[in-house]
Design a protein around this ligand. Structure first.
Ligand code: MG
Ligand code: ZN
Length: 354
């Protein structure tokens, strides 16, 4: 009798283990720190007294960021690699290097009836968000990129760039077209937070969002508002969030601004991780499209943003960037990987059909 009980118990433990090993995510929150290399992360860890939310991620790796025609990628080719799983030429959006449009992971998720969203700390037409939704030969074609949002089934997008929808060279007002497609279009963060269901567009700034601290809690607030809406779908969701201005601070070689942008991004990461912890069915990935500034930290004091930081360029560098993961499927994002490997892995984990 006792022996049977023990055997049954072992059997149950084995079944439970194999079930949890096969666990796949229902939702994915993919957070991109534009320009965020390991030194950008560490500067914020030091300034924040040796602690960041992203340290709660259980798995880590490195992503190789070179593009199809350049050792050092830009955010167009870098974003396209993450979104669409193809190396392309610098400056291109959602296309392979032969200028053929390639479906993004967000578009594929939408075709599979998952809810989808984009939340960024820049204009929604900028290169990184554009890579998930648009297919254009050049990242500067903001009017065309805005129009591409209308061609998708995205549920929520929030950021700046109102003028590319409403003050366009072709004279069209895309907001009217968005409303015809049942989007609720709002222009400030309080209105974003008040909407709990349906499709939502938040165009919070004319062009680019202001930097920190002027931007306040826009990025974490908009991220939570998006999750609130997207998780109404029982099939799950894919949400891309970008800490867009880490890159810009590093182009300016300004370490204090880099830290402010990084801490804002990390607060957002913390909310995503809280949601993943609470639900148990959400994969959180944090990575970058490339490193910016060739940053190194030579000396510093924990709890202070006064540090000896050295930038080696005003542009991007070619070094790999860190990848952090948490939640079901996180074990697929360790070691060295190509930036084009994310789409295929997520496609498999979310069981998306082409
Ligand atoms: Mg970007
Ligand atoms: Zn840049």
């Amino acid at each position: 009798m006792k022996k049977h009980f023990v055997l049954n118990l072992i059997f149950l433990v084995l079944i439970f283990q194999s079930l949890s090993a096969q666990k796949t995510p229902k939702n994915v929150i993919f957070l991109i720190g534009d320009g965020m290399g390991i030194a950008q992360v560490y500067a914020a860890i030091v300034a924040n007294n040796n602690k960041l939310n992203l340290e709660r991620c259980t798995h880590a790796g490195f992503s190789k960021t070179y593009s199809s025609n350049n050792f050092t990628t830009d955010s167009g080719a870098g974003g396209t690699a993450l979104a669409c799983g193809v190396k392309t030429k610098n400056g291109m959006i959602g296309m392979n290097s032969d200028s053929v449009a390639v479906e993004s992971i967000l578009e594929l998720a939408a075709h599979n009836k998952l809810s989808t969203g984009i939340v960024v700390a820049c204009a929604v037409t900028h290169a990184t968000p554009a890579s998930y939704i648009a297919h254009q030969i050049n990242r500067n074609m903001y009017d065309e990129i805005a129009a591409d949002y209308l061609k998708t089934d995205i549920d929520v997008f929030i950021g700046g760039g109102r003028k590319y929808f409403e003050d366009r060279n072709d004279g069209k007002n895309l907001t009217n077209e968005l409303k015809n497609k049942n989007y609720q279009v709002v222009y400030n963060i309080n209105d974003v937070k008040a909407i709990k269901t349906g499709k939502l567009v938040g165009l919070l700034y004319e062009d680019q969002n202001p930097k920190m601290p002027e931007r306040g809690t826009m990025l974490p607030d908009a991220t939570m508002a998006a999750i609130d809406i997207l998780d109404n779908n029982s099939k799950g969701f894919f949400l891309m969030v970008e800490g867009s201005q880490i890159d810009w601070a590093c182009h300016d070689n300004n370490i204090k601004e880099e830290i402010k942008e990084m801490l804002d991004f990390d607060e957002t990461i913390g909310l995503a991780l809280n949601y993943a912890e609470k639900t148990g069915n959400t994969l959180v990935i944090v990575t970058a499209d490339h490193e910016t500034g060739g940053l190194t930290i030579l000396n510093g004091k924990f709890g202070s943003d006064d540090m000896s930081a050295s930038f080696s360029t005003k542009n991007h560098s070619g070094v790999p960037v860190p990848v952090f993961a948490y939640g079901p499927g996180a074990e697929n994002f360790t070691g060295f990987m190509e930036n084009i490997s994310f789409k295929g892995k997520l496609e498999k984990l979310l069981k998306l059909k082409k």
